[in-house]
Design a protein around this ligand. Sequence first.
Ligand code: FCB
Length: 458
Amino acid sequence: MAATHATHVREPLPQFPRDFVWGVSTSAHQIEGAVDERGPSVWDAFTALPGRVKDGTTAAVACDHYHRYREDVALIRELGVGAYRFSVSWPRVLPSGAGQVSTSGLDFYDRLVDELCAAGVSPVPTLFHWDTPLALADEGGWLRRDTAERFAEYAAVVAARIGDRAKKWITLNEPAEHTLLGHALGQHAPGEQLMFDALPVAHHQLVAHGLAVRALRAAGIADIGIANSHGPTWPASPSAEDTQAADFYDVLLNRLFSDPLILGRYPDGIAELMPGGDIEADLKVIAEPVDWYGINFYQPTKVGAPLPATATTATEFGGITLPPELPFAPREIEGRPMTDFGWPVVPESLTELLTGFRDRYGDRLPPLVITENGCSYEGIDDERRIDYLDGHLRALHRALEAGVDVRGYFVWSLMDNFEWAEGYRQRFGLVHVDYATLQRTPKASYAWLREALRAQRT
Ligand code: FCB
């Protein structure tokens, strides 16, 4: 049975600008299922290995969105958001990553886009949300610059098919996580543990972004962004060691991506670590101007100098295990509620992040869009999700009042889905999914958001 209302009364949200874009987000691998109807990706290979996904599951069926997209689009329409951010599965469109195009794969996105348009919801495709075609990965994947070229070709194929109806596009999702978790630490696909030798993966994704921006523009798309994960990094103490450690972490998570994209240069000391070749020429490609810059925000991070080897708290970090030899170590943020994922809830740090971006990049900063924000909680009467979203929307509004140009906000996620190495254990959805029956049930947070958006329109 659907949860219908929130149990305690809240102040209405402040008024957002009339043309503010409201949306929900998902990604292909996490919801589509229908693995046999596409080429294999690195995530299929990774989840087949024992022990890689904590609950031993795979995304072979997931939410079966591939077959149930009509029902899902109806849920989006009923929610009253104007936009839907989904990702296109590269191996569904090009089963080997390049060459032969799958007509049935493209047909699926064509139908989805038609359904969204008929529902009055703007489609916002993301071209890459971590599901690299296995054939390309087997040839070296993101460690090779060639993959960036293939990505641009794929971008052109998708744009030629749905670019007439999809106006707002995202090239990549979170190249930082894909580099760090997938290639440095090995906790996501493709499971490589290259530590700092994974940096070329960041560079090649950024080049792929720039080449794709050019390919999309050539196809007549004029509203292009990228979705990067960012969060404030707090030093554990004012000591020089902790400040230095926090700065280093800030470079890896934030500035390694935002500086080249916005300023056309890498933070000090990074360019030297990148692969050979003409990095200066690549930086020109990377800094190809975008129409807006997307931020996925979940939490701030407190970081200090490495702890003595006996300390155990340093390694377990929001579901991720960090090796002790890193030059920084996370610290717990105390006195805050935690999501079921163990992530601290600190809404005002979103204001800090956004004003910080404005202060750092000034006139160079494109308009911002929050392309993901949300939380993992069990339950259909999810008051704590409402608290989370309400708090973050107020924090976002404070950034608007402070003059930061933010144009939209997308909740992660429309519905519960396959949460990568966590499997189905973490539930981020506004809509509950029963994985045995695939039944969708809107949660209390869905009803709350629908009412909040209705109030924005009156
Ligand atoms: C982000 C990912 C998204 C989802 C959320 C919880 O890092 O982009 O796919 O897993 O976290």
